[in-house]
Design a protein around this ligand. Structure first.
Ligand SMILES: NC(=O)c1ccc[n+]([C@@H]2O[C@H](COP(=O)([O-])OP(=O)(O)OC[C@H]3O[C@@H](n4cnc5c(N)ncnc54)[C@H](OP(=O)(O)O)[C@@H]3O)[C@@H](O)[C@H]2O)c1
Length: 420
């Protein structure tokens, strides 16, 4: 087998988030620097436009033309690189041939998929192949689910240092965030809602918090789940459902299962949004719940879905403006409790809008970590989670290069309420 020419190839480079990723890779690694990378997509013209938009220093950036529906082009793509990082979505529509090609060729792969049903299918179909070939596959390397998965990993490391025991109960609460959806994310979300509306078995699968855990790996404990406005005594505030919890909680439980229940066999985890205190907080939590339920219900009905797509939501290729990306941010709070009641508080923040400005940087560092830090000989092929394959090495990269912070809060809940 010939040596790959690139450390990593960004497939879907002309997508909304792919362009952000490529700009970031250019800024971090240069076009022909120590980390060699290439931009890939289905249209040569669009790739050339992208390269021009990255400035004169990107003039030598290699371009690779490949189509998600053309297996021969995907095999060539895999042979050219050590890592493929894909932003071609919805993944449930376009992603499988590339995962198959990577699993068969032993090429490492990471992506931004947050589509639970598709990830589960990929694990079932290609885990054995990836183990044999040595391909390491890591889904969910964006806002879903790096801050949650790495945030719980960080909290558990702190708990082990302070208490010598993991926290068997962890709550993640979104204290604040500012960001918008892109057309690609909307298309992925709508596709999940559409598939679920037509398939009761899939609805059951999506409702199972352990749906991404290997069969029989985890004793099934009843998991908390914020489905409506409720008062959270620990945080002294009203909370509402968090739209990303459906994927994040599944990834965190998979991390626990893959690490032989390092967080405990009876580990429980949930996510919600902090909406404030008193009547104002209650009203905000109720309004948020109603808005989310209305959106899900409309997405499940074909005519309403068509109206949303046509008149309300961003189209594929569209997304938040550069200014909105710069002004965006997120601030997540974690509360961990050990089996004997000791508590620890941590926070994870990001300095750009969660879904794009920050996601591009998280994905870029995850791909770089896979290419540079994770030794093939020491880490076997298979389907990993960000926390189980990257661990502290990704936290170092994210804090040094991606505008994220991971901190233990010494003044605990007092600090949380102060900023409410
Ligand atoms: N996890 C997270 O935090 C997170 C955040 C952001 C986005 N996402 C996900 O990332 C994905 C991309 O989002 P986006 O907003 O960037 O989407 P987008 O702008 O709509 O881009 C979709 C991309 O797919 C490419 N594509 C479609 N069919 C193809 C084919 N047959 N062969 C090769 N390429 C093909 C398109 O190519 P052309 O450019 O040639 O049209 C386009 O570049 C979505 O699935 C979204 O849900 C996840």
């Amino acid at each position: 087998m010939s040596t790959p020419s690139h450390d990593l190839v960004a497939f879907g480079a002309t997508s909304f988030v792919g362009k952000i990723l490529c700009r970031y890779l250019g800024e971090e690694f240069g076009a022909q620097g120590e980390m060699t990378w290439a931009a890939a997509g289905r249209s040569k013209t669009k790739l050339e436009e992208l390269r021009s938009s990255l400035g004169p220093e990107a003039g030598t950036l290699p371009l690779v033309v490949a189509d998600a529906a053309d297996e021969a082009s995907l095999r060539k793509l895999c042979a050219s690189t050590r890592v493929v990082v894909s932003t071609v979505g919805p993944y449930a529509l376009y992603g499988e041939p590339l995962v198959r090609a990577c699993a068969e060729s032993g090429t490492d792969y990471c992506d931004l998929s947050g589509e639970v049903q598709w990830i589960r299918r990929m694990v079932q179909r290609y885990e054995a192949t990836a183990r044999t070939s040595g391909a390491r596959v890591v889904h969910c390397c964006g806002f879903d689910s790096i801050p949650s998965d790495m945030g719980v990993h960080f909290l558990q490391r702190q708990a082990m240092k302070r208490f010598g025991a993991p926290c068997t109960r962890v709550k993640m609460r979104v204290k604040a965030m500012r960001g918008e959806f892109s057309g690609g994310t909307v298309a992925s979300l709508m596709n999940v809602i559409k598939e679920a509306a037509a398939d009761p078995a899939l609805r059951k699968e999506l409702a199972d918090p352990y749906s991404l855990c290997p069969a029989g790996s985890t004793p099934k404990v009843r998991q908390p789940n914020v489905r409506s406005a409720e008062f959270d005594v620990d945080f002294g505030a009203w909370v509402a459902p968090f739209v990303m919890s459906g994927i994040n909680t599944r990834i965190v439980h998979r991390s626990n299962a893959l690490s032989e229940q390092a967080y405990g066999a009876a580990f429980t985890y949930d996510e919600a949004m902090l909406m404030g205190r008193g009547l104002k907080g209650r009203f905000a939590a109720t309004a948020m719940t109603a808005g989310l339920s209305g959106f899900m219900a409309a997405g499940a009905i074909r005519p309403a879905r068509a109206v949303l797509k046509r008149f309300v939501l961003p189209k594929p290729g569209e997304g938040p403006s550069p200014e909105a990306q710069r002004k965006g941010f997120f601030d997540l709070r974690f509360l961990g409790t050990t089996a004997d009641g000791r508590q620890i508080h941590t926070k994870v923040t990001g300095d750009r809008d969660p879904g794009y400005g920050s996601t591009g940087k998280m994905l870029g560092q995850a791909a770089a970590c896979l290419a540079r830090d994770i030794d093939k000989a020491a880490t076997p092929g298979g389907f990993w989670t960000p926390a189980t394959i990257f661990g502290d090495r990704l936290i170092q990269r994210l804090t040094a290069h991606s505008g994220l912070t991971f901190e233990r809060l010494v003044d605990g809940l007092g600090e949380i309420l102060l900023h409410q």
